[in-house]
Design a protein around this ligand. Structure first.
Ligand code: DC
Length: 237
């Protein structure tokens, strides 16, 4: 069967990655979470004093990128059945999902030199096709020629509820639990929507030829079935 590129874009916390991972597994494709790549760059900046509360030290970050100091890779984790994200050889999968990173990632993702670096790496990953990639600009900027494009969305409230539940489940200590606040999660979702849709380079927008999926009232199983059906239609064409 012919191999294609599947681009899945949409708002934050709309369940894109769960759907994309599931589809990749079902059809034997490689899955790439591009949000994790922007998160890993953010973590690098935070750890190296390039992202203090006062804002991003753009020049220092650009110099690190130009010097090839930021290498992001993925390795399949047989236990979870999913790829883990590595920053310069260190597994950072859990750390990049923390609120401290979520709250800082959108301004990093708006920097043209960060986007240029990651877009190039993503295009290289899709050279052989047979890939499911999720993000914000995959169908518009990274692979405008993708054979299958899906734009996923859901209301901000539904997305914040999902993210909040996920964070509750992940909290390991009483302290972490106590620090969680729904209004803060909702605010973070809304702020990221705004920054992601209004940045100058590759803003989040629906590709004209994308299939649209509003999953506010759908179960995971219904979404997965919908996605698999669309894939089958496209490869049969
Ligand atoms: O999908 P996520 O929440 O892990 O994404 C993290 C951030 O990275 C989010 O603010 C949007 C940004 N992003 C992007 O600008 N382009 C992508 N292709 C993927 C993510």
């Amino acid at each position: 069967m012919k191999k294609i590129i599947i681009a899945i874009d949409g708002h934050s916390s709309c369940g894109k990655s769960t759907m994309a991972k599931q589809l990749a597994k079902e059809i034997g494709y490689v899955y790439v979470d591009t949000g994790a790549m922007y998160r890993a760059v953010t973590l690098y900046a935070m750890r190296n004093g390039m992202y203090p509360d006062a804002g991003i030290q753009e020049e220092a970050l650009k110099a690190a990128i130009d010097a090839g100091k930021i290498l992001i890779t993925f390795r399949f984790n047989a236990e979870t059945g999913r790829p883990d994200t590595y920053l310069n050889g260190e597994k950072v999968e859990d750390e990049i999902r923390q609120m401290e990173v979520s709250n800082r990632v959108s301004p990093i993702a708006a920097l043209p030199f960060v986007r240029a670096l990651l877009t190039e790496q993503q295009q290289a990953m899709g050279k052989e096709k047979g890939i499911v990639m999720d993000g914000r600009d995959i169908g518009t900027a990274v692979f405008p020629q993708a054979e299958m494009k899906v734009f996923v969305t859901a209301s901000a409230k539904v997305r914040a509820e999902r993210r909040y539940k996920e964070l509750l489940e992940k909290a390991k200590t009483q302290e972490e639990l106590a620090a969680l606040n729904f209004d803060e999660v909702l605010k973070n979702v809304e702020e990221r929507d705004y920054i992601d849709s209004h940045r100058e380079v590759a803003p989040l927008r629906q590709a004209e030829d994308a299939l649209v999926l509003d999953n506010s009232n759908m179960t995971r199983e219904e979404q997965s079935a919908w996605l698999l059906e669309k894939y089958k239609e496209i490869v049969a064409e």
